[in-house]
Design a protein around this ligand. Structure first.
Ligand SMILES: Cc1cc2nc3c(=O)[nH]c(=O)nc-3n(C[C@H](O)[C@H](O)[C@H](O)COP(=O)(O)O)c2cc1C
Length: 165
């Protein structure tokens, strides 16, 4: 799959079937996350990979819209130390990891972290220092659905030279 195909194919998957995502695949995914752009090249992130089913269940129950984590093979938590652009930086890493998962034939879904009331509880559960911000949780696993959410058309969102229409 080339980069354009990967970006076109990626979808948020919320139904997972039993399977196995290897440590090597998860390391490859995090490796792509760490290469994302960051303001002033601060790389303020740490990535916690959870594969234990008990902990996946605990994470699932802390979130508002991430119960499906229970059936995923793994969850990658993106944590950033507090700096001006932590959210942009952590979001860029999250996106790269979603795409890396797609490239490996794995399903994924971004689960909200930042601004969520449960974020401090997740930080604590993962044993991270209190000052860290939870940017996202990424579910990774084997797809049991093929979602196709509507996307706005290119001609509707693309403006040449000035905002028009
Ligand atoms: C900041 C952010 C937070 C999100 N949080 C959740 C979430 O908590 N639970 C969930 O199921 N999906 C979540 N999503 C996934 C979006 O719902 C999804 O990207 C959107 O519906 C478009 O679908 P697609 O990813 O398949 O293109 C989140 C996405 C972003 C960018």
């Amino acid at each position: 799959m080339d980069a354009f195909e990967v970006m076109s194919k990626r979808r948020s998957v919320r139904k997972y079937r039993p399977g196995h995502t290897t440590r090597e695949q998860l390391s490859q995914i995090v490796n792509m996350g760490r290469l994302a752009p960051t303001a002033r090249n601060e790389q303020p992130w740490e990535f916690v990979v959870v594969t234990e089913s008990t902990k996946l269940r605990q994470l699932a129950h802390l979130t508002e819209h991430g119960r499906f984590l229970t059936d995923a093979d793994a969850c990658i938590a993106v944590l950033c130390r507090d700096c001006v652009y932590y959210l942009e930086d952590g979001s860029a890493a999250t996106t790269q990891m979603l795409l890396a998962a797609t490239a490996l034939g794995l399903a994924s879904c971004w689960i909200a972290g930042d601004k969520k009331a449960y974020a401090p509880a997740v930080v604590k559960l993962l044993g991270a220092p209190e000052a860290y911000k939870l940017v996202s949780l990424i579910a990774i696993g084997q797809a049991a659905e093929t979602p196709s959410p509507p996307k706005r058309a290119l001609q509707e969102v693309l403006h040449w030279e000035r905002f028009s229409g």
